[in-house]
Design a protein around this ligand. Structure first.
Ligand SMILES: Cc1cc2nc3c(=O)[nH]c(=O)nc-3n(C[C@H](O)[C@H](O)[C@H](O)COP(=O)(O)O)c2cc1C
Length: 196
């Protein structure tokens, strides 16, 4: 999926699977994931680390052309629906934030994010694009899910299509270089008390 103008400008070389990953909106409306690819993505998520190995992540995988895909698409914010309809697969990512006894799992959301990061890297290996979306009606997505899990994000997964038509504002973002805070901004000092 590497695209020169989207490749991260890094201080030192990064693995191309990391430097080349980005979140496209132009997706091929004819592309379908194979069963093996779906399995590979879920396996990548399954082997992510989690607090006390609790594995709180849950995934609802839907394929374009099914009522489930249509229901998830319908619950997306309009600005996402406009391009995400072409996603081969829409995946609802949810977390079990409490045990069946009602005890909180404080790291459930953190852990689930890590599982999605794993999945995203495997998607690069598979030549697939992943675009995460927080823009959805959480009540409507929650109503589609079993009890005990809360929706966190929806993944649009598919094959990038440079020729896909996007509204002007989105086409501009698609063409723009990616940017990040400078490395220094990531680092904060620790307030260790000085000895007296
Ligand atoms: C939790 C989360 C929510 C996001 N929500 C949306 C969204 O609703 N719509 C959208 O187009 N992109 C969304 N994104 C994608 C981000 O905008 C994107 O990852 C960010 O701009 C960095 O771009 P890159 O992934 O191409 O490096 C989301 C990403 C994350 C991680």
């Amino acid at each position: 999926m590497s695209t020169p103008h989207k490749t991260a400008a890094t201080a030192v070389p990064l693995h191309p699977l990391l430097a080349g990953r980005w979140s496209p909106r132009g997706l091929d409306p004819r592309h379908e994931l194979t069963d093996e690819q779906v399995t590979a993505l879920l396996e990548a998520a399954r082997w992510a680390p989690s607090a006390s190995n609790t594995q709180p992540w849950r995934f609802a995988v839907t394929h374009r052309g099914t009522p489930e895909h249509a229901a998830v698409l319908d619950a997306l914010a309009g600005g996402n629906r406009i391009w995400a309809h072409a996603a081969s697969t829409l995946v609802v990512v949810a977390a079990e934030t409490h045990t069946s006894e009602g005890k909180e799992r404080p790291w459930a959301v953190y852990d689930t994010g890590q599982a999605v990061a794993h999945l995203s890297v495997q998607a690069e290996v598979e030549g697939l694009a992943v675009h995460q979306m927080g823009g959805f009606d959480s009540g409507r997505i929650a109503a589609l899910l079993p009890d005990g899990v809360i929706p966190l994000v929806v993944l649009a997964i598919g094959r990038r299509d440079e020729t896909a038509e996007l509204p002007e504002v989105l086409a501009g973002r698609e063409a723009a270089a990616r940017d990040r805070l400078p490395l220094e901004a990531l680092q904060v000092p620790l307030g260790v008390p000085t000895a007296v």
